[in-house]
Write a protein that binds this ligand. Structure first.
Ligand code: NAP
Ligand code: MG
Length: 503
């Protein structure tokens, strides 16, 4: 049976279907590409206030500091410095908001978290560019990792808000109260999402302090909270340096401290909180090991190692900064690593082809350089990588790896927090495990092998909060993340992460 269209075609076989005028269509906007993320320059105010009780206010001391773009050394904005009085006002606002917020049915709280998540998605380009400008990380990472994961954390926890009794059967879930949250500069918006989303999903209210060098996206998140009508006082964001963080830690009106940062400051906080009734979770530093067995798929492993150390310029607490390679494949791995690493592009973080962006601050660059010197002084051999000249301005560091590293070398023991990898070898699985565990830290590890039994045996015996198998640096809101030993205690993400925000 022929249709009218078939008949029409057979009647005029040479007549071509009408052509789309592509030029006219492009002009009308139908086929235009969305602008590249880096071409959307977010508006940045000259100065920012403190976000307390749903409004931006000036700091009582009128003191301000500047945040810069580490890739250009240009000042981006003046940021308010909160003192004890400002922190007190934020804690009071959080306390006042607590009864109504915690009494709200979970499904109503969830609606606010969903709205925040959606706004993060809608404003993703602006947030990605801002994150890159304020912190120096490559735009492809802020665009593809930081911002989507931050939104995912709000979505995930929105889903839990009305199901807490199912997450913890037999327990009547109650919020802890007012939470003081202090975060570092390596994943500014993502760390804010990791902290705020579970806290408010469980009915807590928060006072959060972003790091001094990267406050801008947390302040955008404050704007979003106001924009979506989050009740005033549920989220308060106070900017400042270490003293502002200490004021939060020491405030008697805080019920729980959640801290992500260095082990050094984590220990100070643990001491300050010990004589109080405050609850505490600490996500601290790391010196994570990647172990490659001789039966691993070497090309795949090399990709994972590169990802593990050069992602975010190595400013990653769980960076795979120690590499243990089985002796029989050491030369092959080093050769492949050198070839792969040569291709890394170092430079302008706003260029979407950049792999390694700017080091977050001058101080951090100096720390990394100190370790580069110590590696050479202690007798290890440095292999510089990355293509192209380093930009003349800004804080940049060529990624590198060291061979001939001894376990006693500082570069093998201490957290560098930069794109520097220490390569070592091992003979037996026993030796790999004992050397990987021979560190005061215990945040993460990677195991590369073709053998399922070896995977499970090794993972079980590694003292690390996260063990990635034939992959590295994979994050998901459903997976708990946290450390062993001096990498801290408590988990963020998953059901374990929720538990930390329930009494
Ligand atoms: P940091 O110096 O410990 O700072 C972290 C946060 O604490 C910042 O907001 C900082 O403020 C604040 N702070 C500083 N001194 C304080 C004090 N005495 N009391 C209260 N707060 C204080 O760490 P960082 O150098 O920013 O970050 C890098 C470290 O964080 C690395 O060691 C890394 O491994 C760790 N980290 C861990 C994880 C994890 O999940 N385990 C994740 C990310 C980073 P200012 O910045 O304004 O000084
Ligand atoms: Mg900055």
């Amino acid at each position: 049976m022929s249709t009218a269209a078939d008949r029409a075609r057979s009647e005029s076989p040479t007549q071509a279907p009408p052509r789309l005028d592509l030029r006219a269509a492009a002009g009308s906007g139908i086929f235009e590409y969305a602008p590249a993320p880096e071409s959307v320059r977010p508006a940045i105010a000259d100065r920012y206030g403190l976000f307390i009780n749903g409004r931006f206010t000036d700091p009582t001391s009128s003191k301000r500091f500047t945040t810069i773009n580490p890739a250009t050394e240009q000042t981006l904005a003046e940021i308010a410095e909160a003192n004890e009085q400002d922190v007190d006002a934020a804690v009071k606002a959080a306390r006042a908001a607590l009864p109504a917020w915690s009494a709200l049915p979970g499904k109503e709280r969830a609606k606010y978290l969903y709205r925040i998540a959606r706004r993060l998605q809608e404003r993703a380009r602006e947030l990605a560019v801002l994150e890159t400008m304020d912190g120096g990380k490559p735009i492809k990472e802020s665009r593809d990792v930081d911002i989507p994961l931050a939104a995912a954390h709000f979505f995930h926890h929105a889903g839990w808000a009305d199901k807490l009794q199912y997450a913890f059967p037999g327990r009547e879930p109650k919020p802890v109260g007012v939470c003081g949250q202090i975060i570092p500069w390596n994943f500014p918006l993502l760390m804010a999402a990791w902290k705020i989303a579970p806290a408010i999903a469980c009915g807590n209210t928060v006072v959060l302090k972003p790091a001094e060098t990267t406050p801008l996206t947390a302040l955008r998140l404050a704007e979003i909270c106001a924009e979506i009508g989050l009740p005033p006082g549920v989220v308060n964001i106070v900017t400042g340096a270490g003293a502002t963080g200490a004021a939060i830690v020491n405030h008697p009106g805080i019920d729980k401290i959640a801290f992500t940062g260095s082990t050094e400051v984590g220990k100070l906080i643990a001491r300050a909180v010990a004589p109080t009734r405050k609850r505490l979770t600490l996500e601290l530093g790391g010196k994570s090991a990647n172990i490659i067995f001789e039966d691993a798929s070497i090309d795949q492993a090399v990709e994972g190692i590169v990802e593990g150390i050069y992602f975010n310029q190595g400013h990653v607490c769980c960076a795979g900064s120690r590499l243990f390679v089985q002796e029989s494949i050491l030369d092959t791995v080093i050769a492949k690593l050198r070839d792969r690493m040569r291709t890394l592009r170092v430079g302008d973080p706003l260029d979407k082809n950049t792999d390694v962006g700017a080091i977050n601050s001058k101080a951090q660059l100096a720390t990394i350089e100190k370790y580069l010197e110590s590696g050479a002084e202690e007798g290890a051999e440095r292999h510089d990588c990355g293509s192209g000249e380093l930009p003349a301005k800004g804080y940049f560091c060529r990624p590198c790896f060291f061979t001939g590293v001894q376990p006693s070398h500082a570069i093998a023991r201490e957290e560098i927090f930069g794109p520097v990898l220490a390569v070592m070898s091992f003979r037996t699985p026993e030796e790999a495990i004992s050397r990987a565990n021979n560190t005061p830290f215990g945040l993460a590890a990677g195991v590369w092998t073709d053998k399922g039994s070896k995977i499970f045996d090794t993972a079980r015996r590694l003292d690390a909060g996260v063990v990635w198998l034939n992959t590295y640096n994979k994050f998901d809101p459903t997976s708990p993340f946290g450390g062993f030993k001096e990498s801290g205690f408590g988990r963020e993400g998953g059901r374990h992460g929720l538990s930390a925000y329930l009494a």
